[in-house]
Design a protein around this ligand. Structure first.
Ligand code: 5GP
Ligand code: ZN
Length: 143
């Protein structure tokens, strides 16, 4: 189902122009208008889904199955040294467009424009704490 006010649905439909990198019947990939680094690409399902919480496994499977091919195409084109793959869900996690998308951010070395700000809290968790947290999450998994 398309969402009327969704800019990414409009991009899929060609109503809003985009720099297309890849397209098939299920998936569309295009350059992020705000390039963090050269070749920064967004990969989206054509079918509207808000974010990972609302995404069915089949859509996730289709979406992620295309990522290695697209990532390798970016690598072949621009020879980055590496690549970060990022997906933001909900505003608190910096999601600003509410149509599921995966960022492919090629990395060219120090000062290339992207720096994950990853603060770890290893000392706050004993191995028993980790087992407890894992158990609590595991109990919520419905199979
Ligand atoms: P988010 O912050 O939701 O993870 O990422 C949304 C991304 O969509 C942003 O990086 C932003 O630059 C990009 N974006 C927003 N509007 C447009 C647009 O109209 N065209 C393209 N190509 N990218 C867009
Ligand atoms: Zn949409």
């Amino acid at each position: 189902m398309k969402h009327e006010d969704c800019i990414f649905c409009k991009i899929v439909d060609g109503v809003i122009p985009s720099a297309k990198v890849y397209e098939d019947d299920k998936v569309y990939a295009f350059l992020d208008i705000s390039q963090v680094t050269k070749g920064h690409t967004l990969v989206i399902p054509k079918e509207h889904t808000k974010n990972i919480y609302e995404t069915d496994p089949e859509t996730a499977k289709e979406l992620f199955s295309r990522i290695p091919v697209i990532a390798n195409a970016i690598r072949d084109a621009y020879q980055p040294l590496g690549m970060n793959i990022l997906n933001n869900n909900e505003a608190a996690a910096e999601q600003s467009v509410f149509h599921l998308h995966v960022h492919l951010i090629p990395r060219y070395g120090e000062g290339d424009g992207y720096k994950p700000n990853w603060i770890t809290h290893t000392e706050d968790y004993t191995s028993d704490d980790l087992q407890d947290v894992a158990k609590i999450i595991h109990e919520q998994i419905q199979q």
